[in-house]
Design a binder for this molecule. Structure first.
Ligand code: FE2
Ligand code: FE2
Length: 252
C-alpha cells in the first residue's frame, strides 16, 4: 500500500468531495499556503480528463450562499462571514459609551478582514477593503489598530491584552514593522481614533447579550458609501477584493 501523509489524504478527500459537485473547483495559492502548501491546485487538463462532462467553476461557488445581485456591506456579513459577534460587541460597546459615529463605524468593521478575507495583517487588509467607502480617518484608524493593540495606553485605560499573552506567549515581541507603525501612529493627529478602536475591541462584555446589525443600520448608512451598483461591482480600486470574497473559487 502506498504511503500517504495526512495532508495527502485530506487533499484526496477534498478533491473527491469537490469532484462530486457539478463543477470542478480549484484552490488558490493563498488557500494552499494557509495549509502549508505551495501553489494553486486542482487545475489543468488532467483534472478535466478525470471528470468527463464537467467544467471548471467560473462563477458562483455552489457551496456558498448565493448573494444578491447588488450586494451591500451587510450582505457580505450575512452571506460570507462565519459570525460577526465580535464586531457587533465592539460596535455596541462604543455606542453605549456615547462615541462619535466615526468611532462606532470603525469598531463595527475593524476586524472585517478576519471575518471575510485574510487574518495575516488584518488591519491593513481591513482598511483597504473599506477605504473608498468610509471617511479617511476611519480607514486610517482601522489600519493602525493592528499595531496599537500591542501597546498599552494608560491614559485611556488600555492595557496589553491578556488574550495576547495567552495566544502568543509572554515573550512575544511584535515585528519591527508593527513597532514602526505604532511609533508613527502615536504622533498622528488621528491617533485617538484608532486608540478608541482598541479600547472598544473587547471579546466578551456580556456573553448573554443579543447582538444584531439592526441598531447600526442607520449609522452604517451615514458612514459607509454603499455603491449603487453593488459592492464589488462599482469599479473602485478595491472592487476586485469584494468580488473575490463573493466568488473566491472563480477559476480566473
Ligand atoms: Fe483587530
Ligand atoms: Fe478586534
Amino acid at each position: 500500500m502506498a504511503f500517504t501523509t495526512i495532508h495527502e489524504r485530506a487533499d484526496e478527500l477534498e478533491q473527491k468531495m469537490s469532484d462530486e459537485l457539478d463543477v470542478l473547483i480549484t484552490k488558490s495559492a493563498l488557500a494552499n499556503l494557509e495549509d502549508g502548501k505551495r501553489g494553486p491546485s486542482g487545475m489543468g487538463m488532467a483534472r478535466l480528463a478525470e471528470n468527463p462532462g464537467k467544467l471548471f467553476l467560473i462563477g458562483d461557488d455552489p457551496r456558498l450562499p448565493k448573494m444578491p445581485e447588488k450586494p451591500t456591506l451587510l450582505d457580505y456579513f450575512k452571506f460570507r462571514a462565519g459570525g460577526t459577534a465580535h464586531l457587533l460587541q465592539s460596535g455596541m460597546h462604543a455606542l453605549k459609551a456615547g462615541m462619535d459615529e466615526k468611532i462606532i463605524m470603525a469598531c463595527l468593521v475593524h476586524d472585517i478582514a478576519n471575518s471575510l478575507f485574510v487574518k495575516s495583517d488584518h488591519g491593513y487588509w481591513g482598511a483597504q477593503l473599506v477605504e473608498p467607502y468610509v471617511d479617511e480617518e476611519v480607514s486610517w484608524a482601522i489600519r493602525a489598530h493592528q499595531a496599537l493593540r500591542f501597546f498599552p495606553d494608560e491614559s485611556v485605560g488600555y492595557k496589553y491584552p491578556v488574550l495576547y499573552t495567552n495566544y502568543f506567549g509572554a515573550d512575544y515581541v511584535p515585528d519591527d514593522y508593527i513597532q514602526d507603525a505604532y511609533k508613527k501612529a502615536r504622533n498622528h493627529k488621528w491617533y485617538m481614533t484608532s486608540r478608541l478602536i482598541t479600547v472598544h475591541d473587547i471579546y466578551s462584555f456580556d456573553p448573554n447579550a443579543k447582538v444584531s446589525w439592526e441598531p447600526f443600520v442607520d449609522i452604517i448608512g451615514r458612514n459607509f458609501k454603499q455603491p449603487k451598483e453593488g459592492l464589488g461591482l462599482d469599479g473602485s480600486p478595491v472592487a476586485h477584493m469584494w468580488r473575490t470574497i463573493r466568488r473566491p473559487t472563480k477559476y480566473l
